[in-house]
Design a protein around this ligand. Structure first.
Ligand SMILES: [Zn+2]
Length: 220
């Protein structure tokens, strides 16, 4: 335990500590040295074996490849930058000043505790302050954060913060409603339960605006 704690505090600074902690990867240096595709596929074979199956049988031979390829898709958000997506804005909007709302955006993420799907919908609105962004970009920003390991609470806050910081609107409203398969297919096994998270900033802190947002997404 001590060696791990030491390694976390100063992974590179001391050669003696280094030798004590050989093979111990901190979250930081894990990010620095991304495992190779072959290493990732080997890890999948380990899990297949651990589950009780034989990774060398015909039906499973290509499975590690497919799993790793799926991971590239599930976790593509780690390699995308929301600020870049929101960088192009338009100012020619004839003084449009009310909310821009996207309703029922399909959302697929994975819970960071069990790595199983979170499936649901997002409803997002912002009130522009002189500039708007292409509407599809809002949906893409949701994907950037959804395509990572997440908790629904963190994802909700990250999406709102990214839009606030990049677009500087008068306010942002976001509601996510999602089913967590770690709750429906394992653990307490409750099917059909939606977890609802919300974050309202700026003008949406006004109850009248919040109410208008809820009406427009059909929840009031
Ligand atoms: Zn979970």
């Amino acid at each position: 335990m001590n060696a791990i704690a030491e390694g976390l505090v100063r992974p590179e600074s001391n050669s003696e500590v280094q030798s004590d902690t050989a093979g111990v990867k901190t979250p930081q240096n894990q990010n620095d040295a991304r495992p190779t595709r072959e290493e990732a596929e080997a890890a999948v074979r380990t899990l297949l074996k651990w589950a009780g199956d034989d990774p060398t049988r015909e039906g499973l031979l290509e499975t590690p490849k497919r799993v790793v390829k799926s991971y590239e898709e599930f976790y593509s958000g780690y390699h995308e930058n929301p600020a870049e997506i929101l960088a192009k804005t338009f100012e020619e909007v004839e003084d449009y000043s009310d909310m821009v709302l996207l309703r029922n955006i399909e959302l697929q993420s994975h819970c960071e505790h069990h790595m199983v799907p979170i499936v649901g919908r997002a409803h997002i609105a912002y009130v522009p302050d002189g500039k708007v962004v292409g509407i599809s970009k809002l949906a893409r920003v949701i994907d950037v954060f959804a395509k990572r390991l997440q908790t629904q609470e963190t994802m909700t806050a990250q999406i709102v913060n990214a839009i606030n910081e990049t677009l500087n609107p008068k306010g942002v409203a976001l509601i996510i409603e999602a089913e967590h398969q770690c709750m429906s297919s394992r653990g307490v096994k409750k099917i059909g339960v939606d977890t609802i998270t919300s974050q309202f900033t700026g003008v949406f802190a006004d109850p009248v605006m919040e109410q208008r947002f809820m009406q427009r997404i059909g929840r009031a």
